[in-house]
Write a protein that binds this ligand. Structure first.
Ligand SMILES: NC(=O)c1ccc[n+]([C@@H]2O[C@H](COP(=O)([O-])OP(=O)(O)OC[C@H]3O[C@@H](n4cnc5c(N)ncnc54)[C@H](O)[C@@H]3O)[C@@H](O)[C@H]2O)c1
Ligand SMILES: [Zn+2]
Length: 379
C-alpha cells in the first residue's frame, strides 16, 4: 500500500510503510533500520492497549527487542506536563540509553506525547509512530511535530522530532469508535479542499460513513493518498515556513473551539470541521471564494455526521484566536480555500470579517448544552 522515505534537512530519512496487517511487521521493519539488541519502550493509551498492545509487543519481541510497555489515560488531557513527566520517569526507569527506541502506539494524543518524550529524553531518542486512529494515520503521525497542551492553548510546548519509522495499518481502524472515525474524516476533507478534490469525490461517492466503512479498499486508498500528501508537504516545508501551513485549514477556529471547550466535549476533527466552515465564510466575506463554498463544505461534513456550527459565540472564541501558534509575528493567519483544490494564506484579516465568520457558525445551544438552571433562590 505504502512504502516511502520522507527526506528532510534536519533529520535522517523517515521511512513510512503501510498495509493491512502491518503491525505484525513492526519488529522486522524496525530491525532493518535500528537492529536489535536494544530496548524498546512502547507507549500506548488505555483504550488502544486491550486491542493492539499484545500484537505490537509480540512483533517486537519476535524480532529480538527487549520491550517495556506503559499506558497513559486516553484523551487530550494526556498531552499534559503531568503525564509527560510520568512517561519520562517510567521510560527512564526502564534503563533506556541513547540506542533505545520509543514506540508510540495510539492516536494523535499518544503520538504527540510520546513523540515529545522521545525528543526530550536523553536529548533525543529514536521514535517509531504506529498510528491507530484515522487522524493519526492521515496526519498526526507524519511530519515530526510533537508536543503537549498548556492552559493558554493547544500544542504550545513541543519540538520537531522526525520518527525513524511510521507503520500504518488500516486494520487497526477496525476498533476505532465511530465518532473518532468521523472526526478523522474531517482531516481527510481538509486535504480534499486544500489540494485533492479527488478525495472529496471519493467521499461523495461512498455517500456516508456506512458506505465508506463497507469499502475497505477505498479506506486504504484514502489513507494512502492523505499520507502521501502530508509527506509531500512536509518534504517541501518541514518547519512550516510556508506551504505546510496550509494544513492548518480549519485549525485557526478549530483550536479556539477546543480551547473554549476546555478540551472536553469536542473532538479535534469536530472542531476542525466547524473551523473549515468558519474559514469558508471568511473566504466569501473577503471575496476570495464564491458564495456557495460554505454550503459545499458543510454539505459533505453533514453527510458524514460532522458538526458545522457551534453554541460558542464570537466573544467566547476571539480571546483564544489571539493565542493561536499559527500567528506569525503576532499576526493571525488564516488558510482560506478559494475553490476545491486551491488555497491561500491570509494574514490579519479585518476583525469585522472574522467576527462575521464566527457569527455565521453560531447556533443556539441544545437543551443538553444549556448550563443547568440556577436554583430559584439565586434568580
Ligand atoms: N503532530 C501533528 O502533526 C498532529 C496533526 C494532527 C493532529 N494532532 C493531534 O492529534 C490529536 C488528535 O488525534 P486523535 O484524533 O487520534 O485523538 P486520540 O489520540 O485521543 O484518539 C482518539 C480516541 O480514540 C481512541 N483510539 C485510538 N485508536 C484506537 C483504536 N484503533 N481502537 C480503539 N480506540 C482507539 C483513543 O484512545 C482516543 O480515545 C490532537 O491532540 C491533535 O492536536 C497532531
Ligand atoms: Zn488537525
Amino acid at each position: 500500500m505504502l512504502d516511502r522515505s520522507l527526506k528532510t534537512q534536519h533529520a535522517a530519512a523517515c521511512r513510512l510503510r503501510g498495509e493491512r496487517g502491518a503491525l505484525a511487521h513492526l519488529g522486522t521493519w524496525l530491525a532493518e533500520l535500528l537492529p536489535p539488541p536494544r530496548k524498546v519502550a512502547l507507549v500506548t493509551d488505555r483504550n488502544v492497549a486491550p486491542f493492539w498492545l499484545k500484537a505490537a509487543e509480540t512483533a517486537l519481541k519476535k524480532a529480538g527487542y527487549a520491550t517495556h510497555s506503559l499506558q497513559v489515560p486516553s484523551g487530550e488531557e494526556s498531552k499534559s506536563l503531568k503525564i509527560l513527566g510520568n512517561v519520562w520517569d517510567r521510560v527512564l526507569t526502564f534503563g533506556v540509553d541513547r540506542s533505545s527506541v520509543l514506540v508510540a502506539l495510539g492516536g494523535g494524543v499518544v503520538g504527540d506525547l510520546c513523540g515529545f518524550a522521545a525528543a526530550t529524553l536523553l536529548r533525543g531518542l529514536p521514535l517509531v509512530q504506529v498510528p491507530t486512529s484515522l487522524v493519526g494515520q492521515v496526519d498526526a503521525a507524519i511530519g515530526g511535530k510533537t508536543g503537549i497542551n498548556r492552559p493558554l492553548g493547544k500544542n504550545l510546548v513541543g519540538a520537531f522530532h522526525q520518527p525513524h519509522l511510521v507503520v500504518i495499518d488500516p486494520d487497526l481502524l477496525s476498533t476505532l469508535p465511530e465518532r473518532e472515525f468521523r472526526s478523522g474524516l474531517a482531516e481527510v476533507m481538509k486535504y480534499g479542499w486544500l489540494c485533492a478534490p479527488d478525495l472529496l469525490a471519493q467521499l461523495r461517492e461512498a455517500n456516508d460513513l456506512e458506505g465508506l466503512r463497507g469499502r475497505p479498499e477505498l479506506v486504504d486508498a484514502i489513507v494512502r493518498r492523505c499520507a502521501e500528501l502530508k509527506i509531500d508537504l512536509v518534504e517541501k516545508d518541514e518547519r512550516e515556513a510556508g506551504e505546510r501551513a496550509l494544513l492548518n485549514f480549519g485549525h485557526t477556529t478549530g483550536h479556539a473551539l477546543e480551547a473554549a471547550d476546555g478540551y472536553r466535549n469536542l473532538l479535534h476533527g469536530e472542531a476542525v470541521a466547524i473551523g473549515m466552515v468558519a474559514a469558508s465564510f471568511l473566504a466569501v466575506d473577503l471575496g476570495v471564494a464564491a458564495a456557495t463554498l460554505p454550503a459545499e463544505v458543510s454539505e459533505l461534513l453533514e453527510r458524514y455526521g460532522l458538526p458545522v456550527a457551534t453554541p460558542f459565540t464570537p466573544a467566547d472564541l476571539l480571546p483564544y484566536l489571539g493565542h493561536d501558534k499559527k500567528r506569525a509575528a503576532g499576526k493571525s493567519r488564516w488558510v482560506l480555500v478559494e475553490r476545491a483544490g486551491s488555497a491561500c494564506i491570509v494574514e490579519e484579516p479585518a476583525a469585522a470579517s472574522v467576527e462575521r465568520a464566527l457569527v455565521a457558525i453560531h447556533r443556539e445551544p441544545t437543551a443538553e448544552e444549556l448550563p443547568p438552571e440556577a436554583p430559584a433562590a439565586e434568580r
